[in-house]
Design a protein around this ligand. Structure first.
Ligand code: FAD
Length: 416
């Protein structure tokens, strides 16, 4: 277990401190009730969260002082295994998990604070991000005991990285249409098919794949099962796909008679739809859905500092107000997770509004600052702007498109 000690008496999520909800990032806690039908009640952070915030800030300061990283433009997309190992050793991965599996037994609110601080500081969290955010929690809830004991402590140590195997060439939004098939063969399953847009599969150790193991049934949600795929075993190949900026993050992952032991299954056979929707709730609810280009916002504020321009002041004020609202909403989702509730609709709303916010930042930056975005120039603002501009179109796609999320929100509100 890392240095984040288990919550003791007086440190539980149920004993909050006033005014700590957004401590240090954007200011005071506003204190309004949640909307009817959606649960965005005010959540005040426990003392343990304030302590974790101080600890993670000290850790990140020491990392920068040692020259280990400079603030990156896209923190959770920057893959740095050495940073992840140090973050794991410091107790910042698997924060909510039991100590038996390498975790720190802290609340989701503590994890929220730690991850938000990492993103705000531009720390290169990409290597461990998926495993910590969704694969680990998914295995903890639905995986077998051998797998939990073997894999979770390695994730928590920052030594084991995961990718997401949901999308397929003919089904991205429509996950019920996946065609990658797993067929049982005694104590193993044999998998054939392909996954696409699989971020970082070329650098990850495992992925969790959604596969078809039976008939879909009338609601199309039956006959699906999730498996943990060891990417080092024979029968699986990873092929690069280059993105708009020329970078290699995406892949196509192809299975040819790939054999996976039955105890690498996640959840019951045929329960894959429930599994994948629970995984997506982890994927959609966090601060990574509105802090991807936080560094550009910081640099924009720096660039405009001292200029007596009401138009800029108004635009920045609006962005910061939106950020404060998003922090509140996302904190509320962490609070729901702590209470063991399923915040799928609230998470979809945070992702929809959050990724729209992320996409607005480069557009507003370009309106307010006369600057040609450039990856070549020795101008940090121009380079950050260019980088974010190239990646921003993906913000509202990855993890589920806006149209899909809005359909879910409408259904959650009883509108369809
Ligand atoms: C940067 C990035 C990283 C990604 N990483 C991963 C990853 O690691 N693993 C993984 O599995 N996937 C990953 N994806 C895939 C991503 O989740 C899918 O691209 C996304 O779900 C959309 O699927 P699609 O591209 O097949 O689009 P389609 O489903 O073909 O959709 C095309 C358009 O039609 C709209 N549409 C589709 N269905 C409906 C509907 N029923 N109602 C209204 N509108 C609809 C969509 O909103 C979209 O605008 C990543 C994508 C990006 C951009």
């Amino acid at each position: 277990m890392g240095p984040l000690a288990p919550a003791g008496p007086g440190q539980s999520p149920g004993l909050p401190l006033r005014g700590e909800a957004f401590g240090g990032m954007v200011g005071e806690d506003g204190g309004e009730a949640g909307m009817q039908g959606l649960r965005f009640d005010a959540v005040e952070l426990p003392r343990a969260a304030a302590e974790a915030r101080a600890r993670v800030r000290a850790f990140l300061r020491a990392e920068r002082a040692a020259g280990h990283y400079a603030a990156h433009r896209n923190s959770w997309n920057s893959f740095d295994p050495a940073f992840s190992r140090r973050a794991g050793a410091a107790g910042f991965i698997g924060i909510t998990w039991p100590s038996a599996y390498g975790g720190a037994e802290q609340s989701s609110l503590v994890r929220f604070v730690v991850t938000a601080e990492m993103l705000a500081a531009g720390a290169p969290c990409g290597a461990h991000w998926i495993a910590d955010r969704q694969s680990g929690p998914q295995i903890l809830r639905h995986g077998g005991e051998r797998v939990k004991r073997e894999i979770l402590p390695r994730i928590a140590a920052g030594e084991c990285f995961f990718a997401i195997g949901m999308s397929e060439p003919d089904s991205g939004s429509d996950l019920a249409a996946v065609r990658t098939r797993a067929v049982r063969d005694d104590a193993e399953w044999v998998i054939n098919g392909a996954k696409i847009w699989t971020s970082n599969a070329h650098r990850a150790h495992y992925l969790i794949a959604l596969t078809r193991t039976g008939e879909a049934g009338p609601d199309r949600h039956g006959g699906l099962t999730e498996f943990i795929i060891d990417l080092a075993r024979p029968g699986v190949s990873v092929r690069p796909i280059h993105n708009l900026s020329g970078g290699h993050e995406f892949n196509e992952v192809v299975f040819q008679d790939y054999r996976v032991p039955d105890d690498m299954r996640v959840g019951a056979v045929g329960e894959g739809w429930r599994m994948v929707t629970s995984e997506l709730a982890f994927e959609r609810s966090g601060p990574d859905r509105f802090l991807s280009d936080y560094r550009l916002l910081v640099e924009l504020i720096e660039r405009l500092r001292g200029q007596d321009d009401p138009r800029s002041a108004e635009a920045l004020g609006r962005l910061v107000a939106h950020l404060a609202a998003l922090l509140r909403m996302s904190t509320a989702v962490a609070g729901l997770l702590d209470r063991g509730e399923n915040p799928a609709v609230e998470a979809a709303l945070v992702k929809d509004v959050g990724t729209q916010f992320e996409r607005e930042i480069p557009e507003i930056a370009r309106l307010l600052v006369s600057c040609e975005p450039s990856l070549e120039e020795d101008d940090r603002f121009a380079e950050t702007l260019a980088h974010v501009t190239l990646h921003a179109p993906s913000f509202t796609l990855r993890g589920g498109t806006r149209e899909i999320l809005r359909g879910m929100i409408a259904r959650g509100l009883g509108l369809r």
